[in-house]
Design a protein around this ligand. Structure first.
Ligand code: SF4
Length: 113
């Protein structure tokens, strides 16, 4: 019997073991994709060489506006296109394995699409 939305069951010629294997593969793939975002991330220190090069500040209000004149107070990691979190801290695509402050900022800021 086919269940709508279950691709493995809709494919003709697949036995129950193959269907189970494909379902398990789908679950493992989802976990593997979700794991980096959920893994223990190390908070990005402002002293990190890349963070320094990009002028990263944990508190976006502390940005050196003389050095980064295009920075505005509204630009924060939380509304940056590279931020992947939803809370006070979260992963940033530019700093793999690290978490950045939602209230932070760096010069790679790009408004969320
Ligand atoms: Fe924050 Fe965006 Fe810079 Fe990442 S790229 S540190 S999210 S401003």
């Amino acid at each position: 019997m086919n269940t709508p939305g279950n691709a493995a069951q809709e494919l003709p010629g697949l036995g129950p073991q193959r269907r189970r294997f494909l379902a398990l593969l789908a679950v493992c793939g989802t976990v593997a994709i979700a794991r980096p975002a959920m893994a223990d991330l190390v908070p990005l220190p402002e002293t990190d060489p890349t963070a320094q090069a990009l002028g990263y500040k944990i508190d976006g209000s502390q940005v050196d506006t003389a050095k980064f004149p295009k920075h505005t107070p509204q630009q924060l990691c939380i509304n940056c296109n590279f931020f992947q979190g939803a809370g006070g801290t979260g992963p940033c695509q530019l700093f793999p394995g690290k978490s950045v402050s939602a209230k932070g900022w760096c010069s790679a800021y790009a408004v969320k699409a």
